[in-house]
Ligand binder design. Structure first.
Ligand code: ARG
Length: 391
């Protein structure tokens, strides 16, 4: 019998995969990656076994998700199409990596995921598999199986003794981890429909947020967030804290039409309170400590980095090369940014750093100005030279 390791969530798709593969002669080991989706992991493991898996592993991957995936992406300033902090896209190469480790340990013959053939996640899983375990068989049952609807899957699950908790109607497809949450499908498929309030979970309705603004100060060392309001914190604790603080002010909602790798435009809703504050905060410190050329050059790389992550190319040479660039780039991104939170908005209102290049003596229009204005005349003459006709 061939042994396979399945990236298992406990949802209907991955639960149906177990009997479906068993009937085709496979032994299934379920791997649950706890990235902060908020499920009871013991229950999820028990469900895998009840559905017919021979073994179920659960790995707590929250810290790794933040430290090894989210922070490099933050340092890169990467927001897909300028908006999406890539929370879901980051969890896939992480889970796939651990799936490969379990497959090696268990001497498995294949790797299985429950993604559809229309999304980005299949790519993120399979590129990781192919790069890290090219000898293993890859199976994506949802792309090829006979079920045409959720109802058919539920009937199948029942016929196979798979515990079914979900009702036949499921209004949205949701993906959650500690760094953010994505919601799609159902009524959200109409791009003109405003999302109903009940889809949000990490952020309060801005209308119900406090009527007085909140302030939060985020401290950074070399591009890594290290403190909130002066209290030192490890990255995961810091992200959880910022989710709470910003979420209370309704900060971190994104509504966008995004371009999937497979070419489809899709409407996604995101919530990422901590990510929103962190991206704003790190940029503020960069703006103080970095020179103009470095800042401009980085913008192009941020976009490229976001595309690589989104498109499943986490484990590729260019991504690693860019990490090296960003580590150097952030050598002096140390300091504090002060962010004001008010009814769904996050605004930078202060920034400081021991490596600041900002000079009040140069900038001031008041007393103590050290900028020699007489130099400007010659500067402008030379600046214009290339555009003039010279005889
Ligand atoms: N569109 C996002 C991405 O490709 C999220 C995918 C999962 N979304 C969901 N609602 N199930 O990264």
């Amino acid at each position: 019998m061939k042994k396979v390791v399945l990236a298992y969530s406990g949802g209907l798709d991955t639960s149906c995969i177990i009997p479906w593969l068993k009937d085709r002669g496979y032994e299934i080991i379920a791997l649950v990656g706890d990235v902060g989706q908020g499920d009871d992991m013991e229950q999820v493991k028990a469900k895998a076994i009840a559905s017919g898996a021979s073994k179920a592993y659960c790995l707590d991957l929250k810290q790794e998700l933040i430290e090894q995936y989210a922070l490099p992406t933050l340092k890169a300033g990467a927001l897909y199409e300028g908006k999406y902090n890539l929370a879901c896209a980051l969890s896939r190469p992480l889970i796939a990596y651990h799936q490969v480790q379990v497959a090696k340990k268990e001497k498995a013959d294949g790797l299985v995921h429950g993604c559809t053939g229309k999304g980005n996640d299949q790519v993120r899983f399979e590129v990781t598999y192919r790069l890290q375990a090219p000898h293993l068989e890859v199976i994506a049952p949802v792309r090829v199986w006979e079920f045409k609807s959720r109802d058919e899957e539920i009937d199948y699950a029942k016929s196979k003794g798979v515990p079914v908790v979900a009702s036949k109607k499921k209004p949205y497809s949701i993906d959650t981890n500690v760094y953010g949450r994505a919601m799609e499908s159902g009524i959200l498929e109409d791009p003109m429909v405003e999302p109903p309030e009940d889809i949000f979970y990490m952020t309060i309705d801005p209308k119900k947020a406090p009527n007085t603004p909140g302030y939060v100060e985020v401290g950074f060392e070399k591009g890594i967030p290290v403190s909130v309001d002066g209290v030192k914190m490890k990255p995961l604790a810091l992200v959880l804290k910022l989710n709470e603080i910003a979420g209370k002010h309704g900060v971190g909602r994104v509504d966008m039409i995004e371009n999937r790798l497979v070419g489809i435009k899709s409407r996604e809703l995101y919530e990422n309170p901590a990510g929103t504050v962190l991206h704003i905060a790190i940029r503020e410190i960069e703006s103080l400590v970095l020179d103009r050329d470095s800042l401009r050059f980085k913008e192009a790389l941020s976009q490229k980095y976001a595309e690589l992550v989104y498109n499943g190319l986490w484990w590729t040479p260019l991504k690693a090369q860019m990490d090296a660039f960003f580590n150097k780039y952030h050598e002096h991104t140390t300091g504090v940014a002060r962010i004001k939170l008010y009814k769904g908005c996050a605004m930078p209102v202060g920034r400081k750093s021991p490596f600041s290049r900002y000079s009040d003596k140069m900038a001031t229009y008041g007393k103590g100005d050290t900028f020699d204005q007489s130099l400007a005349e010659g500067f402008i003459k030379l600046w214009t030279v290339p555009f003039q006709r010279h005889s």
